[in-house]
Structure formats: structure tokens, C-alpha cells
Design a protein around this ligand. Structure first.
Ligand code: 10E
Ligand code: SF4
Length: 323
């Protein structure tokens, strides 16, 4: 937390320029997922369970928890017949089957762009291909997508792993990607895959979503001019971590912060221009808080650099649509 009266913060007091990347913060899939939980809290008199973090942001989860949502890790913590929300990252068919078997009311907050990747996994595996899923092991979205055709899907995390793939029929290969990967790194993985398996077929371009791509491009546009980059987001947020790595690869020191309380004085020595962005699950108000905190160190001139305009919105499931 910035304390303007403390000597360590006084030592880095200065007037500064802040470059705000745009787009940043909430994407359409996150807005929809949060809306779903909010609507249910309003509409139901019984408990509203949410399987996993609705989105990967500590503040969003804490806020919904305060308002009554009950977050659980697995369905075994949810009573039979209860209302349960599936998170924006999606679930495997096995989870859906368990919910159905136990008569739960499921409200699915899976982002439609994640659901699209699930549909591709079913289609590609259904035509007899081995599906190479490019993504990060252990991530909830990857676990959900892998679950669509577990015996026909293999996970690849980077270009180096492509060399170790041992596939049953090298002519029957398809690939898919997690929605929040680094665009530039994914190009390398797909190239390595196509070099080894020239028959490999993909989803057209790749599955990285518009929001991920836009936030990476917006950050790239301010990285060179910045002495320091701050990314607002939680540590388990894949798309937020990719933004930090993107700035680092561009040669600018970058830090992921949950909120203004995590700012550290030593980051600001010699820094005159600060680039700021936020991951797709980070509430916009947290960026406002960071700006307010930075202003305690001296006058700031804020300049927003917009590289794309986002107008996309997803409709809510019928069961939670406001009348
Ligand atoms: O860790 P991720 O970036 O996948 O998730 P997030 O909750 O931080 O941001 C929203 C992205 C989703 C739901 C995955 N496409
Ligand atoms: Fe959907 Fe993309 Fe947002 Fe994920 S990051 S919730 S895929 S819009």
C-alpha cells in the first residue's frame, strides 16, 4: 500500500505519465458469468452454489461470496437437487453427467467462446482424429476441453513438446487451443505441429478469443514507451499472466498485482512512464484504485491508448434472463 509519508515512498515521489491500455479488464464472457450469479442470487431463495471460481479473480469471488454465493471445488460439496453454476472456464461432460444424475439445477456460465472449443473437440474426435490440445496442464478450461474426448485428446504445452508426440495415425490429427494463450507463442506451437504433421487440421485460425488477442495487442502498443508495466489480475488468471509475460518479452519489467495494495516502492525508482492494463477477469474499479494510489506519489498524466473497440455481448441463459 502506498504511504506517501513513508521515506521509502517519498524517495520515489515524482510526476509521471500513465499509459492505459485499451481494451483492458472485463470481457463479454466474464460479464455474462458474473451477471448469471448476480441474477440467481436475486431470483432464488435457496442457496446458489458455484463450482470453482466463477472467474479467476479474488475480488470478484469475494464480492459474490459476501452477497451469498457459495463457492465449492467439486460437486460432492453440493446437495442433491441444489442450484449450481458452472464457471466461465467450462466443465467436462463427466461433471454435467454427475449434476444431472443428482438432479441439480445447472446454470451454465461457460463462456460461449469456450463452448465453441468444446464443440470443435467433439467434432474433431468424432471424425476419428487425434485432437492435440494446445494449452496449460491443470488449467480448468483445459481440463474441461480434455474431458470431451479424453481417449482421443493429447495436451501440448509448447513447441518443444511437439517433438515428443507419439500419435496413432499421423494423417488423422486436429488441433485446438485454450482461449487465453499468448498469440505469438501459439503461432510457434502450431507451426511446429504442422511441420511434424502436415495433415494436421485446425479450427480455422486458432481458438484464442478476441478479448485475449485485443488485450495482448493493446499492451504491446504501450510496452516500448513504458519503463514499468502493471497488470491488474490474479495469479491463477491465465490471460493476465500472459500479459505480464508479453511485457517481459518486450523488455519492460512487469508485475501482476491483485490491487493497489500490492504496489511496491522499489519498482518505481527511475520510472517516469507506467503502462497499465488489466486481465479479462479483473474489475475495472481496481485499475481506478491503482491510478488513485499512484497519484499519491505526485501528479500523473493519464493517456489512454485504444487499439480496438469491443462491442460484443453475450446473452444470458433463459433461466436467469431479467423479465
Ligand atoms: O485463467 P483464465 O485467463 O482462463 O480465466 P480468467 O477467469 O482470469 O478470465 C476469463 C477467461 C476465461 C473464463 C477463459 N476463457
Ligand atoms: Fe470468453 Fe475470451 Fe473472456 Fe474467456 S477471455 S471468458 S473466452 S471472452
Amino acid at each position: 500500500m502506498i504511504d506517501p509519508h513513508h521515506p521509502e515512498w517519498q524517495a520515489v515521489a515524482a510526476s509521471r505519465t500513465v499509459l492505459l491500455a485499451a481494451p483492458r479488464s472485463f470481457c463479454a464472457g466474464v460479464e455474462r458469468a458474473i451477471d448469471i450469479v448476480e441474477q440467481l442470487l436475486h431470483l432464488r431463495t435457496t442457496p446458489v452454489y458455484v463450482r470453482k471460481q466463477i472467474v479467476h479473480n479474488t475480488h470478484v469471488v469475494a464480492d459474490l461470496e459476501t452477497r451469498g454465493a457459495v463457492f465449492v471445488d467439486e460437486l460432492d460439496e453440493v446437495p442433491d437437487g441444489a442450484t449450481v453454476v458452472f464457471s466461465a472456464h467450462g466443465v467436462s461432460p463427466a461433471v454435467r453427467e454427475e449434476a444431472a444424475r443428482r438432479d441439480m439445477e445447472v446454470v451454465d456460465a461457460t463462456c460461449p467462446l469456450v463452448a465453441k472449443v468444446h464443440a470443435e473437440a467433439r467434432r474433431f474426435a468424432g471424425r476419428g482424429d487425434t485432437v492435440v490440445l494446445i494449452g496449460h496442464a491443470g488449467h480448468e478450461e483445459v481440463e474441461g476441453t480434455l474431458g470431451e474426448a479424453p481417449s482421443r485428446t493429447v495436451l501440448v504445452q509448447n513447441a518443444a513438446e511437439v517433438a515428443h508426440l507419439d500419435l496413432p495415425d499421423p494423417r488423422r490429427v486436429s488441433y485446438l487451443t485454450q482461449t487465453t494463450l499468448a498469440v505469438d507463442e501459439t503461432v510457434d506451437v502450431i507451426e511446429a505441429l504442422q511441420a511434424r504433421f502436415p495433415h494436421a487440421r485446425g479450427p480455422g485460425s486458432d481458438d484464442i478469443c478476441y478479448a485475449t488477442t485485443n488485450r495482448q495487442n493493446a499492451l504491446a502498443a504501450i510496452t516500448d514507451e513504458s519503463d514499468l508495466v502493471l497488470v491488474v489480475g490474479s495469479a491463477n488468471s491465465s490471460n493476465s499472466v500472459r500479459l505480464v509475460e508479453r511485457a517481459d518479452r518486450g523488455g519492460t519489467p512487469a508485475h501482476l498485482i491483485e490491487d493497489a495494495g500490492e504496489l511496491r516502492a522499489e519498482w518505481f525508482t527511475g520510472v517516469r512512464t507506467i503502462g497499465i492494463t488489466a486481465g479479462a477477469s479483473a474489475p475495472p474499479g481496481l485499475v481506478d484504485d491503482v491510478l488513485a494510489a499512484l497519484a499519491l506519489l505526485g501528479p500523473i498524466t493519464v493517456s489512454e491508448r485504444e487499439t480496438a473497440r469491443e462491442t460484443i455481448q453475450f446473452t444470458l441463459p433463459p433461466s436467469v434472463k431479467p423479465a
